[in-house]
Design a protein around this ligand. Structure first.
Ligand SMILES: [Zn+2]
Length: 57
């Protein structure tokens, strides 16, 4: 299986994106220059959800 090793722009940890995933495609096509690992991705998603609910209240 092909993959790229990308450095997460948030925690600076290396992580892999595997062929067939959306990130792999984005990286290959250089559409997106900023990448987050899964951990940071879920943190960002959680923060967004929290902010969303804060906004509603
Ligand atoms: Zn990260």
């Amino acid at each position: 299986m092909f993959y790229y090793e990308i450095v997460c722009c948030s925690c600076r940890q290396k992580f892999r994106v595997y062929e067939g995933s959306l990130k792999y495609k984005l990286y290959k096509e250089r559409t997106n220059k900023v990448f987050h690992c899964e951990d940071c991705n879920s943190k960002i998603r959680m923060d967004a959800i929290k902010n969303f609910f804060r906004y509603l209240n």
